[in-house]
Design a protein around this ligand. Structure first.
Ligand code: HEC
Ligand code: HEC
Ligand code: HEC
Ligand code: HEC
Ligand code: HEC
Length: 295
């Protein structure tokens, strides 16, 4: 119950002061000279998880195998964004002419792109259209995305600061500051979706699972966070990993237990006929903190 109580007041507070926050964020933005990222190479370097590997090898190894390590590629390395850039409202003939408006999927699949220039979006669109998986494989939701950009919502993340569950001012490379948000489902909810994304000229909808968590699981008495269920022991592998069919099948069998009761009998209908009948009762429960499947 404690997790439930902790989650709700925080969420309530967040929404109550949203307007004030937006104003403050706007002021900070106006007063601060924004350093824009101008090349894809710069974007890859700034958001690389490699510098963290040496001292956090276990977490790095878990993350590297997770879906967060390849958000621009689907099952079997499928470059799904190529289809979006070839057909439909976001399509563009020449990748070099693309802007961030052509790559709105980046809002959640590569949020760091939103802080870069349109020239970077054009480079990325060309890499997508050329099927350049070597480059796309270096673009990910890595340590800096969650431990910097997505770890604060009350203001902009401080430059050169990492966020963790406690203060570590002497942390090598960058100080670690405590962020209460890191244990909150909102860290994940920023990308795992509330519903349609309407702020773009061509709105779309992808993940909506955080909406289901907030509107169905929590009101029916759910007490666990995303982290409680998906990051036990701080594991950064975050299953399900759909590339691993056997592992995923076992997880879903446990998540969606199927109960079957059957009764077979013979019905004598009065005309001298015997009709075989069967009554089957099935019940599927859902042990997850949201609907399954998502979307
Ligand atoms: C030179 C070694 C070194 C490097 C490089 C390094 N770390 Fe750390 N990090 C540590 C040590 C040591 C701790 C403290 C561990 C402890 O006390 O359990 C720590 C702690 C942390 C914590 C706080 C854990 C908590 O309790 O919340 C976070 C978050 C973190 N590191 C993230 C990163 C990220 C992200 C990177 C890459 C940008 C990185 N670290 C690079 C050595 C390093
Ligand atoms: C609101 C955030 C958000 C936006 C915007 C978004 N996605 Fe997603 N997408 C996700 C999340 C989170 C997942 C993985 C979790 C899930 O499926 O529940 C995902 C999964 C996917 C997958 C499945 C990946 C796989 O491994 O097979 C595809 C394909 C996809 N998105 C395509 C797109 C496209 C194309 C766009 C833009 C038109 C887009 N998404 C926009 C959040 C988003
Ligand atoms: C998808 C978001 C996400 C990504 C990507 C991510 N982390 Fe984390 N990390 C978290 C969250 C959330 C927690 C806190 C979990 C909790 O307390 O239940 C955490 C906790 C940690 C901790 C504290 C562990 C402890 O024992 O207290 C360290 C250290 C850390 N992460 C390092 C890293 C490094 C290094 C990377 C990149 C290889 C990384 N993280 C990538 C979300 C992320
Ligand atoms: C920056 C956006 C972002 C954040 C923050 C984030 N995710 Fe994801 N997550 C994604 C995307 C995008 C995918 C799908 C990647 C793919 O398969 O192409 C994904 C995949 C996953 C998957 C694998 C299942 C699947 O459908 O691919 C799980 C589980 C997951 N995320 C849980 C979490 C949890 C728990 C947190 C919070 C600790 C979190 N995520 C934070 C964007 C994010
Ligand atoms: C009560 C535990 C629980 C909570 C809370 C929970 N999940 Fe899940 N989630 C599961 C289970 C169980 C599955 C089935 C696969 C598995 O076991 O990994 C699942 C599956 C998923 C999937 C794959 C969805 C699909 O289409 O199959 C994603 C993505 C995900 N969770 C993200 C999240 C995020 C983000 C949160 C927080 C907003 C969250 N989960 C909260 C237990 C939970």
């Amino acid at each position: 119950m404690t997790a439930h109580l902790r989650v709700l007041p925080l969420a309530a507070r967040l929404f109550a002061c949203l307007a004030a926050l937006l104003m403050t964020a706007g002021m900070v933005q106006a007063g601060e000279k924004k350093v824009e990222i101008r090349t894809l190479k710069e974007l890859i370097a700034k958001y690389s998880s490699k510098p963290c590997q040496k001292c956090h090898p276990e977490i790095y190894g878990q993350w590297e195998k997770s879906q967060h390590a390849k958000p621009l590629m689907g099952l079997g390395g499928d470059v799904f964004l190529a289809r979006i850039l070839k057909n439909g409202p976001l399509a563009i003939k020449d990748g070099h002419k693309a802007t961030k408006e052509n790559l709105i999927c980046a809002k959640c699949h590569l949020p760091q792109l939103l802080g870069a220039s349109d020239a970077v979006a054009a480079e990325l669109a060309s890499a997508i259209l050329n099927g350049d998986t070597a480059t796309l494989g270096q673009l990910n939701i890595g340590c800096p995305v969650c431990h910097q950009d997505k770890a604060v919502v009350h203001s902009r993340p401080e430059r050169g600061v990492l966020y963790g569950s406690r203060d570590l001012p002497n942390h090598p490379g960058a100080p670690v500051k405590k962020s209460p948000l890191l244990k909150d489902p909102l860290v994940c909810g920023q990308c795992h979706g509330l519903g349609p994304v309407l702020e773009f000229e061509h709105p779309e909808q992808c993940a909506t699972l955080y909406g289901s968590y907030l509107h169905a699981y929590i009101p029916s008495g759910g007490t666990q966070t995303c982290q409680d269920c998906h990051m036990k022991g701080k594991n950064h592998y975050l299953p399900p990993n759909f590339e691993n069919r056997n592992e995923t099948a076992a997880l879903y069998r446990a998540a969606l237990p199927l109960e079957v009761q059957a009764l077979g009998y013979v019905f004598a209908n009065g005309n001298g006929e015997s009709v075989p009948k069967v009554v089957v009762k099935t019940r599927i429960a859902n042990r997850a903190g949201h609907r399954i499947p998502d979307g």
